[in-house]
Design a binder for this molecule. Structure first.
Ligand SMILES: [Zn+2]
Length: 279
């Protein structure tokens, strides 16, 4: 005798579809499932709705540099803790934990490689490292990348993805805004092109310094770009914000961006721009 009897009729069971972990990508925007390798081949862009998944320096270098060949610059620089800072945990411990977890040294990597045969230095932020926060290491690596560009006469691309300044470094972090801006003016004096690519999200002190100082400021579609976040602004001005506020499209319409570039067009567009600048 069975110990369980189905009392209701009309219930059907179909064969369950197995979705082994890691093989499917669920788009956070349209919620559709796509095979992971298809999404990867589509440069981490959802094939259904064009949502640009957040990626880091490893992926951007793969996408941009010819045959994924590049020479990383200043890879060994790591943060110190001049303020002996502690929030929910000690800053020094947070750094070590994050380095272990992400296999990154800090929130930015810079490298020299070729994009469709054209030399380019790419400095790319990593959001997974303490929210892509700009501390002294990020500022120093950008400064050194600029020195390298001036010395070798190579254009610079900075890919921004950041929550802003790193609060654990307080004023030292804010100084990076002035430092990187001053360095970029030296690059401009040397007449070397600087392209800024703003990705989702680019906010705070990063927007207020190098991200908006490009000879060309380009962005990925539907990226959050702003200084303060929408919630803070809404609470301050006590008014509802317009639709699409702080998206790349909104920022472009208001004259703060030159172009929105789909990730699938990024390499080609950069190569064209580099050739234009050269000629
Ligand atoms: Zn989607």
């Amino acid at each position: 005798m069975s110990w369980f009897n189905r009392k209701k009729s009309g219930i059907t069971t179909s064969e369950k579809k197995e979705t082994p972990g890691g093989l499917w990508y669920k788009c956070p925007s349209c919620k559709k499932l796509t095979p992971s390798d298809e999404q990867l081949h589509n440069l981490y862009v959802c094939p259904v709705c064009d949502y640009h998944e957040k990626i880091g320096s490893k992926e951007y270098f793969e996408i941009l540099f010819d045959d994924n060949e590049f020479m990383e610059l200043d890879a060994e620089i790591v943060a110190t803790d001049p303020l002996n800072f502690t929030d929910t945990k000690k800053y020094v411990d947070r750094l070590v934990d994050t380095q272990k977890k992400t296999h990154l040294k800090d929130a930015l990597r810079s490298a020299h490689g070729k994009v469709e045969g054209e030399d380019l230095v790419v400095a790319c932020m990593d959001f997974t490292f303490i929210g892509g926060s700009m501390g002294a290491v990020v500022g120093e690596k950008i400064s050194r990348a600029i020195d390298y560009c001036i010395e070798k006469r190579i254009p610079l691309l900075i890919i921004s993805k950041s929550g802003g300044a790193r609060m654990m470094e307080a004023a030292f972090s804010l100084m990076q805004m002035a430092k990187t801006s001053a360095k970029l003016s030296l690059l401009a004096e040397a007449k070397i092109p600087y392209i800024s690519l703003l990705t989702d999200p680019t906010t705070g002190g990063v927007t207020a310094s190098y991200a908006m100082l490009g000879d060309l400021n380009i962005a990925e579609p539907d990226a959050l770009i702003g200084f303060a976040g929408p919630r803070v602004i809404k609470e301050t001005i006590k008014k509802d914000l317009p639709k699409g506020f702080q998206t790349s499209e909104f920022v472009l319409e208001h004259g703060f961006l030159d172009k929105i570039v789909n990730r699938k067009e990024l390499k080609k567009t950069l190569a064209q721009l580099l050739q234009l600048f050269k000629n």
